[in-house]
Write a protein that binds this ligand. Structure first.
Ligand SMILES: C[S@@+](CC[C@H](N)C(=O)[O-])C[C@H]1O[C@@H](n2cnc3c(N)ncnc32)[C@H](O)[C@@H]1O
Length: 202
């Protein structure tokens, strides 16, 4: 009898990987379409031709980007977890998507030095060590075109000052050290509720 490999659903895979490493997966369920919409709201998709996504996971945000982006644009979706990259490659046949197994900290090498705009990040910055998040954002500073946009979110439950969080990390202040302008939008129809940051390079 041929052996059938069990292929988990997106939700099942996400949950499995979050149990395996909650620190890097940073959530137990994928983002809602409302959070995806908030991350995409201020992006000029008419103009964008080279887009980077950090931490696509099972593709909740990726699919939202693909639905909005120009037919000639290319999306580099970079994830450290090979199971997520394999899932994306298997489940999405869109030729504009390039799913890359790697770290966001290698952005410049992955793009071979090209300028990118926008960058959409789902990375759990709160649970990341400071050296890594700094090296990722140093890369963004180097690769994002002047006037370009980065979007990023943080869960309410991760925010410094929230009773459920033990973190001292102030994400807004961190982003303001890299970008000329940062705006915020709360999305309550998401688990957990999240704050979407839109950051513009000078
Ligand atoms: C909160 S999940 C977001 C998944 C998906 N974008 C969503 O919103 O449903 C964070 C993702 O970041 C990935 N990740 C964590 N550290 C990373 C790094 N240094 N470089 C690239 N991806 C990373 C994890 O594997 C995971 O897929």
């Amino acid at each position: 009898m041929p052996e059938h490999k069990h292929i988990p659903s997106a939700a099942g895979l996400f949950l499995r990987e979050s149990f395996r490493s909650i620190r890097s997966t940073a959530s137990v369920v994928p983002s809602s379409r409302y959070l995806t919409a908030a991350l995409c709201e201020h992006i000029d998709f008419h103009r964008a031709r080279l887009i980077a996504e950090f931490g696509p996971g099972t593709g909740a945000v990726t699919n939202g980007i693909l639905a909005r982006m120009h037919p000639d644009a290319v999306l580099y979706a970079i994830d450290m977890n090979p199971s997520f990259v394999e899932h994306l490659q298997r489940s999405c046949q869109d030729p504009r998507l390039i799913a890359v197994h790697g770290s966001a900290a290698d952005l410049s090498r992955i793009l071979a030095g090209a300028e990118v705009d926008p960058v959409v990040s789902s990375l759990g910055l709160t649970s990341m060590n400071h050296a890594l998040r700094k090296s990722i954002y140093d890369q963004v500073r180097e690769c994002l075109r002047p006037g370009g946009v980065l979007t990023q979110y943080q869960y309410l439950t991760s925010k410094a000052g929230c009773k459920l969080s033990r973190s001292e990390f102030d994400e807004l202040r961190f982003l303001e050290t890299y970008f000329a302008k940062v705006t915020t939008k709360w999305v309550f129809v998401n688990f957990p509720p999240a704050c979407a940051f839109t950051c513009r390079k000078a």
